[in-house]
Design a protein around this ligand. Structure first.
Ligand SMILES: Cc1cc2nc3c(=O)[nH]c(=O)nc-3n(C[C@H](O)[C@H](O)[C@H](O)COP(=O)(O)OP(=O)(O)OC[C@H]3O[C@@H](n4cnc5c(N)ncnc54)[C@H](O)[C@@H]3O)c2cc1C
Length: 383
């Protein structure tokens, strides 16, 4: 077993860390105020390979794989979980197109996404409930050579910043009745609706997509007609959960750093508070959670790179890391005493960001449903 990252992965980490500290930090105040994604970061992020990290090389991507992507997202999220969130969903759109697109579709849509010319999104959730994918109401009907889509998607990351939407809709009833489509934002009848104002991950754009007799050509079907559930499950499980986990991991790393710095700097009774046993125990817990989460996140992405099945591991990494980031952010605030609740201290933002990662990309309960199933399977009595 080898826990050492390659020299290339370490270099990638360093270059993304330097970039995030220098270029993303100055944008945070505006992101917190407006909630808007800083689109001017797309080009410099593309230069570093962040936008196209998992896009195949033949379509202008970097093709470095999922472990490299986790490292990149972790470093971006260490500075801004909101920017990491935008990128992780952008990667989900790239993954869906790479996995299920035809050669024509890949040639058309992957290069502009990989090069950061625009963003992509994946629209599954509807007001009828995100966990109940089969309960979605959006419908698609083929009329001649055109698909007509009707419905409303909500809580969609990059809803207003994406030129290309991967949209799930019903073409029939039941699990074989879901179908995925590529909807360009300027397709007739396609409209980005309201923007959500979140208390955390401010700066990642979240909103509605409205499909009102939206027309897309027959060729914009992604995968097979009736194969939409497979598109949703693979995309959410592989790129979605690992991406959310990596976003929470970067937040957790930031919690650790803020807590450790404060515990060493704040002096009470003539000594840094880190020398108090209670504070050092908090630090031990945060430090251990960080290690557990990093191992879970790296293992899941490494398994993807090895072409191993990893749905249980990605669900474990996602639900555990998002929860741990919120727990540790709370502890980091407690270590700060009253300072922790002040706007100018980063820890309050880390708690808000960590909380928002919990339901995004599938709730903690749904993650546990997946892991619970795997935990019970080996001892299940045969009927
Ligand atoms: C910041 C953010 C970004 C998002 N980005 C996207 C995106 O880009 N694309 C997209 O399609 N969606 C996106 N979502 C939506 C997200 O995937 C859903 O919020 C999530 O799937 C849960 O759906 P829901 O909010 O409708 O909750 P519901 O499904 O209504 O769930 C409500 C509660 O019931 C629990 N529950 C539901 N089913 C079960 C079960 N079987 N067992 C136990 N408990 C259960 C849930 O865990 C939750 O606690 C985003 C959400 C957020 C917050």
């Amino acid at each position: 077993m080898d826990f050492k990252l390659t020299e290339r992965e370490e270099l990638l980490r360093k270059s993304v860390r330097d970039f995030a500290e220098k270029e993303i930090t100055p944008k945070i105040e505006a992101m917190e105020e407006t909630g808007e994604f800083p689109l001017d970061l797309l080009k410099p992020m593309a230069k570093l390979g962040i936008t196209g990290i998992i896009a195949p090389r033949e379509y202008d991507g970097i093709g470095l794989g999922y472990l490299a992507r986790t490292i990149v997202l972790e470093e971006v999220a260490r500075v801004s979980a909101a920017v990491a969130m935008g990128m992780q969903v952008h990667h989900m759109a790239i993954a869906a197109l790479s996995d299920f697109g035809t050669e024509e579709q890949k040639k058309k849509y992957l290069p502009p996404l990989a090069k950061g010319e625009t963003m992509g999104c994946v629209a599954i959730t509807e007001p009828s409930g995100g966990s109940d994918v089969l309960g979605m109401q959006s419908k698609a009907e083929l009329k001649g050579d055109t698909w007509i889509l009707n419905g409303r998607k909500c809580f969609i990351t990059n809803s207003h910043t994406s030129a290309y939407w991967v949209v799930l809709a019903k073409t029939a009833d039941g699990p074989k009745g879901l179908t995925a489509f590529i909807v360009p934002k300027d397709a007739p009848g396609a409209k980005a609706g309201r923007v959500e104002h979140k208390f955390g991950l401010r700066g990642s754009n979240t909103g509605e997509l409205v499909l009102d007799n939206c027309q897309v050509p027959k060729d914009n079907l992604l995968g097979q007609e009736g194969g939409g559930l497979a598109v949703a499950l693979k995309t959410v499980s592989e790129s979605g959960r690992t991406g959310m986990a990596a976003t929470a991991l970067g937040t957790l790393q930031a919690c650790y750093e803020e807590a450790a710095k404060f515990a060493n700097e704040r002096v009470l009774y003539g000594k840094p508070i880190g020398t108090l046993q209670a504070i050092s125990f908090y630090m031990a817990e945060i430090y251990t959670e960080l290690d557990i989460c990093r191992l879970l996140c790296y293992r899941a992405s490494w398994m993807k790179d090895q072409n191993l099945r990893f749905d249980t591991e990605s669900a474990m990494a996602k639900y555990y890391t998002c929860d741990a980031a919120a727990r540790c952010a709370k502890q980091a605030i407690e270590i700060h005493g009253a300072y922790g609740i002040l706007q100018e201290y980063k820890v309050q933002r880390l708690l808000r960001d960590a909380m928002v990662t919990i339901s995004a990309g599938g709730t903690g309960e749904i993650g546990k449903v997946v892991v619970g199933r795997a935990a019970l399977a080996p001892f299940k009595k045969k009927a």
